[in-house]
Design a protein around this ligand. Structure first.
Ligand code: ZN
Length: 271
C-alpha cells in the first residue's frame, strides 16, 4: 500500500471467513515449479521439454505465474507421482525445482531453495549399510527423506542410497568424513555420488549461483567439482517398465578428477 491515503472502504477491507474460503476449487494433481535460470522463462519451450523429459502418459497443462515460476496440472495421479518422486529435473541446463501445489501462498512468497535427490554413499562397511546410518548421513548432507532399505532397515545394494533434500545454492558435498569423536582429526572419507544431478558449476559446485555470479570466479585454482559426482544410471527394480527419458545432463566441462580427501568437518558418530 505504501504511503497511499486509504478511503474508508479500502481501510475497512474485505473480511473473508474460513468457511467461505474452505470450498475453493483446487486442482487434484498439481505442482508449482521454478526454473533456476537468470533468463526469463519461456513457458511454451518448458512445456514441450518437460512433457518429453517426464515421459508423461497423459498431457499436462502449464501456466506461467511470473518470476520464473509455473504451475503444472497433471491429468493423472500416476504422472503426478512420477514427476514429484523421480526428480531432480532440468530445463535448458537449469535445475527445475518442484513443490506440492500450495494454493494459499502467493507465488512470489514461495521459497524454492532445495532439491530432492538420491545420494549414494560409496564403499561403506556392512555395519553402516542401513537406515540408521542413512538418517545420520542424510541429515548431515541436507534433510533426510528416505533410505533405500528393506523391511529390516538393511541396504542390499552396492552403495547406501539416501533420498535427501539439498540446498541448491550450496556447493554439492563430495564426501563425508566420518569421525569417531570430535577430537578425531583424520576420520574416514566416504565418496558421495548424485543420481540425475542437473547441470552444476565445476568451479564452485553449485546448481545455481547466488545473484548469478560464481563465488569461485576470481579463484586461481578451479574445477574442484566434476563429472565424477554423477552416479551412473541405476536400474531401479521399482521403476515402471516404460522407459522414461531424463532431461539432458551436460555440464560446464568434461574434465574429471580423481576424488581426494579435501573435505572438512564431517559426521561424528559415537558408538
Ligand atoms: Zn560456480
Amino acid at each position: 500500500m505504501g504511503d497511499l491515503l486509504l478511503t474508508d472502504k479500502e481501510a475497512t477491507g474485505l473480511v473473508i471467513k474460513d468457511t467461505e474460503s474452505s470450498h475453493v476449487p483446487r486442482p487434484r494433481w498439481a505442482a508449482v515449479g521454478r526454473v533456476c535460470s537468470p533468463r526469463k522463462l519461456m513457458i511454451g519451450a518448458l512445456e514441450r521439454a518437460m512433457q518429453r523429459a517426464w515421459g508423461l502418459h497423459r498431457s499436462a497443462q502449464f501456466r506461467d505465474i511470473g518470476n520464473n515460476r509455473f504451475v503444472v496440472k497433471f491429468s493423472s495421479e500416476g504422472d503426478w507421482r512420477h514427476v514429484m518422486k523421480n526428480g531432480p529435473w532440468q530445463f535448458d541446463f537449469n535445475v527445475v525445482l518442484l513443490q506440492d501445489y500450495a494454493g494459499s501462498i502467493r507465488p512470489y512468497d514461495m521459497v524454492f531453495d532445495t532439491m530432492e535427490i538420491w545420494v549414494s554413499v560409496l564403499d561403506l562397511p556392512m555395519d553402516m549399510m542401513n537406515r540408521i546410518y542413512g538418517e545420520l548421513f542424510g541429515g548431515w548432507i541436507g534433510k533426510f527423506i528416505s533410505a533405500d532399505v528393506d523391511a529390516d532397515g538393511l541396504a542390499w545394494g552396492k552403495d547406501l542410497r539416501i533420498r535427501v533434500a539439498v540446498k541448491v545454492d550450496q556447493p554439492l558435498l563430495r564426501g563425508i568424513n566420518v569421525k569417531g569423536s570430535e577430537i578425531d582429526v583424520e576420520g574416514t572419507w566416504f565418496d558421495l555420488k548424485y543420481e540425475k544431478v542437473p547441470h552444476f558449476c565445476f568451479d564452485c559446485g553449485r546448481l545455481m549461483h547466488p545473484d548469478d555470479v560464481c563465488p569461485a570466479e576470481n579463484e586461481e585454482v578451479k574445477q574442484h567439482w566434476g563429472e565424477w559426482l554423477r552416479a551412473s544410471p541405476r536400474r531401479n527394480h521399482k521403476a515402471p517398465a516404460v522407459a522414461r527419458p531424463s532431461a539432458s545432463s551436460v555440464s560446464y566441462g568434461t574434465r574429471s578428477h580423481a576424488s581426494d580427501n579435501w573435505g572438512r568437518g564431517g559426521v561424528t558418530i559415537r558408538d
